[in-house]
Every structure is written in structure tokens, then in C-alpha cells.
Write a protein that binds this ligand. Sequence first.
Ligand SMILES: Cc1ncc(COP(=O)(O)O)c(C=O)c1O
Length: 389
Amino acid sequence: MNLNTNYDKVKDSYLFVEIAKRVSAYTAENPSAKIIRMGIGDVTRPLAPCVVAAGMKAMEEMGRAETFRGYSPDSQGYDFLRERISAYYARFGVKVSPHEVHVSDGAKSDCGNIVDMFDTDNTVLIPDPVYPVYVDSNIMSGRKIIYCNATEENDFAPVPDNNVKCDIIYLCSPNNPTGSAFTREGLKAWVDYAQKQGAIIIYDAAYEAFVTDPAVPRSIFAIDGARECAVELCSFSKTAGFTGVRCGYTIVPDELCGGKFANMWARRQSTKFNGTSYIQQRMAEAAYSDEGIRQNMENIAAYRKNAELISDALTEMGIYHTGGKNSPYIWLKCGTDSWTFFDRLLHEANVVGTPGSGFGKNGEGFFRLTAFNTYENTAEALKRIRKIL
Ligand SMILES: Cc1ncc(COP(=O)(O)O)c(C=O)c1O
């Protein structure tokens, strides 16, 4: 037996372990310090009431013989949810047929699993800084990765270079960690590039619900030509607070690889995955109902208010940053290296964020703050930050 030695090449996930270590060392020495956590990438507000009600109703159905459900007939999701997701896309003018929607237990799983679709021989292009799952899942399966630079020069929204050859492209917009988002033109350039290369784009739209700017598309399928060269991953996690519930989906258009990609993905999922639970899917259906969207938007509005507060404060302080507009993430320039800034914020302001260097080499000198804390804590953190910067 030989183990998969590609795992030896995956870097330890040192970032959040190191943050926890430094915070606990500091609080051990300063037990009365009131630490405010602005590094969290997890939602904090509770589920929308109509989502909870749908979950309870589904649970009751499972407790009665007449309405009990076992394995779902199709591991790609129940029709009621696939239709609801299709209707959700129609709200912002994007046509996606219910059969093109493949329901899962979250975007992270789909992101990790989609690498099964590709030959090991493909070259993968990934913007740096990056959500680490794109990198690690390709290293684990032994693929060559090349990086494109997201930097201050391009406002962390990189543009494609026709001289660079690749087969698979990862894009995330609005972006984690930088909060930057592609405009229609920016995204069109990537679709054109992918088509010229014969490459496929894996587009992560996990933060689409935060988009407010009409120039920023909420789906790659708002772009002409994308149906021939892209799949889209999305999630209820940030839109509807489902990080602990678990539900996501991947859109595979009929046109992709002449229909072969959709068949392969369905085959993969039905072989290795037995579907998302009926209860989760009923909750997700409620999240995309008129009332669910209205209730979830109240939560998103609260996060947006925090994001705006952070962004406005940084602007006033003359600190370069991206995000905070179409995103819960704010990516700011430290003026020092990322870990020195982390320590300074922790020690002098008792505020915890995430060092940008943990997301790739271009993250060095940058820092990620998130809008997922309460308004009061966010305002208090900014008051402290203003004092020290
Ligand atoms: C860019 C991005 N994609 C995907 C995910 C994971 O989503 P899910 O909770 O649906 O697995 C996250 C979670 O933080 C994320 O930031």
C-alpha cells in the first residue's frame, strides 16, 4: 500500500491555529482584556424565522409514517429546491434551469469534489491571495498550480494574461479574503480568456447576496459565453446563515463540454454522495422564498452596516482597502508585515483580525477584518483602532 504522497505537499493549516495560540497567550497574561473578534468568517446572526419553521415542519413530517422520507430519489436534490433556486436566479435576470442545479451539503464540499472531474495533467490558475480550499484540493490530487497576482495595482481584481496557458481557472467574486468583486467587464475578460484557452472557470459565488453595486454581476451566467465555459458554486451559508445547517449547490450549464460535464458531475455525486437531508432542503427552499429572502436580507443588511462602518473609518484614516462594499470582508493595507500588524492590534486595541499573509504571498502586508460581529462591537473596535493607528 502506498499513501497519496501529494498530501505531504499540502501546507499545514497554520493560520487559524497560530491566531488562536497568540490570542490565548495574550489573554492568559491579560485576563481582563475585552477582546473583540473581527477575524471570524462565520455568520453570527440566527436563522430567519421562516427557515426555522420550515425545518420544524420537515422534522415533523419525518416523524410520521405517511410523510417519512428516506434516501432522496435523486442525490442532486429534490425538485422543489432545484426549482426554487432556478427562480432565485431569475430574480436577478439569470436563466438557470432546475435540472442544471445540483444540490449539496455546501460549497466547500463541491469545491473539494469538483477536482474529480479533471485529468491530473491539467494546469490550474488561481489568483493569489486565495480561499485556501482551491489550492489544497488541487495539491491533494496532484495538479500543477500557477498563480495570477491580485494586488493593490489591480485593486485585487486581477485581469487575465493571454500569454499564460492554463486549463482550469478559479475565480471568487465577491472575494474571500479581499472583498473585491469583478464588474461585468472584468468578468467578461475572464470568460473571453477561458474560451480562447479552452479552459473551464470554477466560479465561487458564495458571497453573491452581499452585492449592491449594479455593475457587479451576482452570477457568472450573467456574462455572455459563460454557459460554455463555467460552473458556479454557491452556498446558503452566508446568504441565509446556514454555516451550521449545511446546504449549497453547483450550477452546471447544459452547454458545458457538450453536456458531458453535467453527466459526469451527476454520476460522481450519485456514486459518492447520498444527498442533502430533506430537512436541510426544506429549510433552503424557505430561505429562497419571498419571505425568506426578506428576512435574510435583514441579517445581511446588519452585516453590510458593519462593513460600511469599517470601510468608512478606514477611508477617514486614509488607509487603503478593498471590500466592505459588496462583501462582508475588508482587506486593508497594514503599513507593516501582516503578523506585526496582528500583534499590534491584539496588544494595543484588543482586536483580532486575520493576517493577509495566510492567504498567499500577495497577502503579505495586508489584513482581513470581517463584518460578522455585532454593530456595537464593530463600533467599539474601530474606536480602539483609531486611537492606535
Ligand atoms: C469563498 C468561499 N467559498 C466557499 C465557502 C464554504 O461554503 P460552505 O459553508 O457552503 O461550505 C466559504 C466559506 O467560508 C468561502 O469563503
